[in-house]
Design a protein around this ligand. Structure first.
Ligand code: MHO
Length: 203
C-alpha cells in the first residue's frame, strides 16, 4: 500500500500511555503512534518530573482510511470517562488540534452523556505542546517482548518510534488486531522465525 499523501494527528490522554500506544498502533489507517506528555504548562517535562502534564498518546492517521470519530469511539470505550483519576498524570483528555476536531469531540461527549445519563469528567482542550516521552516508553509492549524487540532495534535504530511496522507489532504483541492483518504484515517483513512465532503466540 502507498503511504497516505496527507495525514492528520490526534492526541488523547487515557491513563498510562503504554496501553493506548498498542491499541491504536494495531488499528488500520493509523500510520504511527508516539507517547508523550501534554496538557500542562511545565516546561520540558519528563517521566519523573511531569509537573502538571498528562501522559498522552499521539496518533498520526490517514483520514481516508480511518476517521477522527472512529478514533474517538476507541478513546471513549477505553478509559473511564465518568471518573477523574486522583492523579492528573492519568486524566482523560482530548487534546484537539483544530476546531473541527473540537466539534467532533464535543458531539461525541454529548452523545455519551445522553446515552448514559451521567456526566463525563473527561476534558476537551486545545493542544498546546506535545513533548515526546523517553525512548523506553515508546512501543513499550514491543520493547518488552523477547526476540522481537532485539531484532527491531537492530534493524530500525532511531526510526523505531516512527515506524508503522513497529506500531502494528506493538499492538499485536499486546493482543490487538487480527490474524489476517498480522499475516499480511509478516508477508512483507523479513523477520526471523523465532520473532514470528513470538508475535503469533500473543495475538
Ligand atoms: N502502573 C504502571 C504505570 C506506568 S505508565 C507509563 C507502572 O508503573 O508500571 O504510567
Amino acid at each position: 500500500a502507498l503511504p497516505p499523501s496527507a495525514t492528520e494527528t490526534a492526541t488523547f490522554g487515557m491513563g498510562c500511555f503504554w496501553g493506548p500506544d498498542a491499541r491504536f498502533g494495531a488499528m488500520p489507517g493509523v500510520v504511527r503512534t508516539r507517547v508523550g506528555y501534554a496538557g500542562g504548562t511545565e516546561p520540558d517535562p519528563s517521566y519523573y518530573s511531569l509537573g502538571d502534564h498528562t501522559e498522552v498518546v499521539q496518533i498520526e492517521y490517514d483520514p481516508d482510511a480511518v476517521s477522527y470519530a472512529d478514533l474517538l469511539a476507541v478513546f471513549w470505550a477505553n478509559h473511564n470517562p465518568m471518573s477523574a483519576p486522583r492523579k492528573r498524570q492519568y486524566r482523560g483528555v482530548v487534546l484537539v488540534h483544530d476546531d473541527q476536531q473540537r466539534e467532533v469531540a464535543e458531539r461525541t461527549r454529548a452523545d455519551l452523556e445522553s446515552r448514559t445519563g451521567q456526566s463525563v469528567e473527561t476534558a476537551i482542550e486545545a493542544l498546546d505542546r506535545f513533548y515526546l516521552a523517553e525512548d523506553y516508553h515508546q512501543k513499550y509492549e514491543l520493547r518488552s517482548t523477547p526476540v522481537v524487540a532485539d531484532e527491531l532495534e537492530d534493524s530500525y535504530g532511531d526510526a523505531f518510534v516512527d515506524s508503522t511496522v513497529a506500531a502494528r507489532l506493538n499492538g499485536f504483541v499486546a493482543g490487538h488486531g487480527d490474524r489476517d492483518q498480522l499475516e499480511a504484515l509478516f508477508a512483507r517483513l523479513d523477520l526471523p522465525p523465532a520473532a514470528l512465532s513470538e508475535v503469533r503466540r500473543r495475538l
